[in-house]
Write a protein that binds this ligand. Structure first.
Ligand code: CU
Length: 322
């Protein structure tokens, strides 16, 4: 029993509930996958049982000196297998067809994959309503969303296991996928195409919420960054918006307008840090800014080497960016 414990733990951890599971059925495509999987599971289990029964029967008959199987018996068996396999292929094809036919109502999100983070833009016919954020998605429950996928460097793959299937982000090409989240909740997306050293830490949080909450979130996201209040936050603001950080990072409403790194305008309202690598809190923020290369080895943010008082100020300012 004791030897079995690690195995049991693995089984429990890989269970069918959670923020990142293929059978979560929290979206239109996700539910279709879950149903198709169940059909495959039942059919293959039945056939497994039939094969074992046939095997035992043949062994027993052989012992009694009889023929193990007749020619007709074998032919029938081959026929049954062919028909069932064809049935499974048709079921799979029908599900695939249905996915292509997802209805679309108008919400479009453009996602660009970077080694190893996600640039996210909620587009709108009115440019003043276009929202930029990073490493997170908020989606209204029950509404189909068109996700446009691009890559700035290598091939990545967009995947929210609970909600939909995968679609690649390919340099020089634009792909898209329509996804329909159905259940309110918090999910995790994970890059599904090996894209270099930090591929495993290229994830993001997905918040599926009622439409009214989603609209509120969008409206808040359009606001410029909060102004610093305390002297410490002001010192942090002065550093972040005029020194190295501002050449790479954007903070709306400040002189920091860099476009090659995650947008920090409402950083502290996100649930995780470093594309799903750590939970968002001041300890992890301080560790990240002090030494991004030990927080996420190989990532494209250099070690800046801040003095302790600079670090305090910068973290205090970043934390205020709700
Ligand atoms: Cu990847």
């Amino acid at each position: 029993m004791r030897k079995l414990r690690p195995l049991l733990a693995c089984l429990a951890l890989s269970g069918c509930h959670g923020r990142q599971v293929m059978l979560g059925a929290a979206g239109r495509d996700g539910s279709m996958f879950a149903n198709l999987w169940l059909v495959f599971l039942i059919v293959t289990l039945v056939f497994y049982a039939l094969v074992l029964i046939g095997l035992v029967w043949a062994i027993l008959r052989r012992r009694e000196g009889g023929e193990p199987a007749t020619r007709t018996g074998l032919l029938v068996w081959v026929g049954v297998i062919s028909v069932t396999l064809a049935g499974l292929s048709i079921a799979s094809w029908l599900v695939d067809r249905n996915m292509n036919r997802a209805p679309f109502t108008g919400l479009t999100v453009e996602i660009t994959g970077h080694q190893w983070w996600w640039d996210v833009r909620y587009t709108s016919a009115d440019p003043s309503q276009t929202l930029r954020t990073s490493n997170q998605l908020h989606l209204p429950a029950g509404m189909p969303v068109r996700v446009i996928l691009k890559s700035a460097d290598v091939i990545h793959s967009f995947w929210i296991p609970n909600i939909s299937g995968k679609q690649d982000l390919i340099p020089g090409r634009t792909n898209d996928i329509v996804i329909t989240p159905e259940k309110v909740g918090l999910y995790r997306s994970q890059c599904a195409e090996y894209c270099g050293l930090e591929h495993a830490h290229m994830a993001f949080d997905v918040t599926v919420e009622p439409l009214a909450d989603f609209e509120k979130w969008w409206a808040q996201g359009l606001l410029p960054a909060r102004a610093p209040v305390t002297p410490l936050q002001k010192a942090g603001y002065a550093y972040v918006t005029t020194r190295e950080c501002s050449t790479c990072h954007n903070i709306a409403g400040t002189p920091a307008t860099g476009q090659v790194a995650p947008d920090l305008t409402h950083l502290a309202s996100r649930l995780s840090l470093g594309a799903g690598t750590y939970p968002m809190n001041s300890g992890h923020l301080a560790a990240w800014v002090a030494d991004p290369q030990s927080a996420k080895p190989g990532n494209k943010m250099p070690v800046i080497g801040l003095e302790p008082d600079q670090l305090n100020a910068v973290v205090s300012y970043l934390e205020s960016l709700k």
